[in-house]
Design a protein around this ligand. Sequence first.
Ligand SMILES: Cc1cc2nc3c(=O)[nH]c(=O)nc-3n(C[C@H](O)[C@H](O)[C@H](O)COP(=O)(O)OP(=O)(O)OC[C@H]3O[C@@H](n4cnc5c(N)ncnc54)[C@H](O)[C@@H]3O)c2cc1C
Length: 677
Amino acid sequence: MDGFSQYANLSGNPLWDLSENDPRCINVSCLAYILGYLDDQDRYSNDNYPLYAYWTTYFYCATVALFAIVYVNRRLRDGGAGSRFKEQAKAYWRMWIYRRITGKLGEQMDMSLGQLTIFIIATIFILVLPFAQGYFLRAYFRFGSPPLSVRCAMLISGLLPICIALAGKVNIVSCLTGISYAKLNVWHRYIALMIYILTIIHLVPHVIAPIREGGDIEFKDLLQEGRRERSGIILEVSFTLMLATSFPYFRNRFYEAFKFLHVFFAVAFFAFLTWHVTGEYLTPDFLWASVAILIGNFIARAVYRNRTTTSFNEFVQGYPTSLEILPGKMTRIVVQCPNKLRWRPGQHCYISIPGISKLQSHPFTIVSLSTPYLSAGPNDLVILMRAYSGFTKAVADLAKTPALNITNQPPKPSMPNTPSHSYSSSFPGTPNQSYSPSFPGTPDTSLTIAPSFNLPVELTMATRAWIDGPYGDFHPALERQYHGITLVGGGSGITAGLPWLVYIASRMRTAAHGLKGLHGEKLCKTRTLHLIWSIRDLDWIRWADRELTEALRDVMIANTQPQRNADGEKGRAFKLQISLFVTKSPTKAEMKTAVIDLYLRAGVDIYNPHARVEIRTGRPNYAGLLPNMLDRKRNMILTCGPVSQKIDLANSVAQLQSMVIQDQAMEISLHSETFGW
Ligand SMILES: Cc1cc2nc3c(=O)[nH]c(=O)nc-3n(C[C@H](O)[C@H](O)[C@H](O)COP(=O)(O)OP(=O)(O)OC[C@H]3O[C@@H](n4cnc5c(N)ncnc54)[C@H](O)[C@@H]3O)c2cc1C
């Protein structure tokens, strides 16, 4: 009461003795207002509000910290023997988190039970908080904004910086957790949706409270006079439009329009929010924090993007690039990058072809290896691009035009005519010729075998491309942690597995030479490498024939080195098994010829026990296949492909955790990639 004594009825204030429900009793010149306000504060104090924003921040910081600890632990782990208890506990945990809901619902959700659990916890946390303490409206609207509204506003304040942090391609959460921005994007969208739901909950009491007190007229007056009510409505409308244009239905059909509108509405959102919250306590702090994070994201991206210096010509026009048409609407793109540009297996980049559009850039997985991992050859960045209806179709069309240089800038003379230059086909000291295939009893078989599909034709188009990246998961070196690696690809999803296939095979070859790491550690623990690739047509093998043959050759060479066992893994050969599943049934003869064709190109004996290829028809039955492919020690299964395949595989891997529990394997880990967000 002390703070209000100055307003006491010292000079005969006519409003002082009005009753609480008198519409004129609206401020501190009325005693009933003062008493009512204080009563209301006793029931629910304004001091509680900031806690909601802080709790939200703590919740997400704790979640990020948890994932960061897991990530650091994974990076530091050497893949050696852990405690049986830990392995079994992890297996039980994975039995649950890997599992996915089957059927249409599962395909639409496209998430594992592990992800679903985190979403459910986060949703319960956010949606319970504003309601848990009750007291949604103040006794009178004039005593202050409804507590339910303010709590929601505080939760929104806490969520906003996190939502913005998750939006950047180079962002702090990715750096701390090793999770690619592409995977975190689902959280950016989820948090944006939560913010939207909270804005609705925030808005409703703001409509009910004035109408309850002064009827429609009071609400209309507020709209006409109240800055916050007007700015709030405009903010809500612009946010609704931003969300509506971000939903998959719109985004998938009009991606370029979505990108433009998203930036436009985001700028509008910040402008209207600043207008809406100016003068509020606490909320502006979170708003400025969000703006700071946004600017930080831009700067980090700009620095990252320009970290390698290029010549002026390359900066303006892009790198020399060749396009090659492959069957099944696939285009193979080879970009000649400077040696300074490096990437790791599993990463992707954004490519723009100024000859098509200077503004469009699209993400694609990098199939080739870069300089530190290449044994020889140019630092070519290879992309396999499946044509849809927009940019990718324009690239495919460009590749079909007669070979000419659309930029009028002749590419470097060293530019490969066909992208086969992207991988060296020989290893120092092990010339290819020494591994020509032999077919016992059929001395000249190679001459009589007709390839099952056309050999690559010289349909190569030269152009130029800008590369932005690489981006993507910060994978620890898999070959140092896992003894068995299985790559599972469906259709064009093979692009996620191919760089790993070539990389691990090349590591096997290096390890066979007895080379060790800086601290004497093994360079490659992986002993069994499998590829399971489902394709519709047999001739889709051509998408990846260079990588497949490269890997076969490397594994064959790895097993011919006398030093193979120098790293202590005595008696264990390096093994590669490529299993191709073709759904549009080819004839047996066609399949046989395709297999022999791969062996021939790889220069590998068809009876080589270590580098094997098989082609089967139909879809793979993962539950039946995987147990025979797994190593007794640590296993990693990497997958990318259609959602239905992901569901099948994830449920099989969840089931296979029983092998760890029964001590038939030390670990079976699963990692899924997705083309999109
Ligand atoms: C991390 C990542 C890696 C990828 N790797 C490959 C790959 O190796 N090979 C491959 O063939 N495809 C890959 N994709 C998919 C590829 O980016 C899209 O197919 C391509 O951008 C479609 O362009 P478009 O204009 O022809 O699309 P449209 O015909 O307009 O649309 C086809 C689909 O692509 C989506 N899409 C369109 N533009 C983009 C964009 N800029 N970013 C993300 N999605 C978009 C649309 O939402 C729609 O679902 C990858 C996607 C991501 C996110």
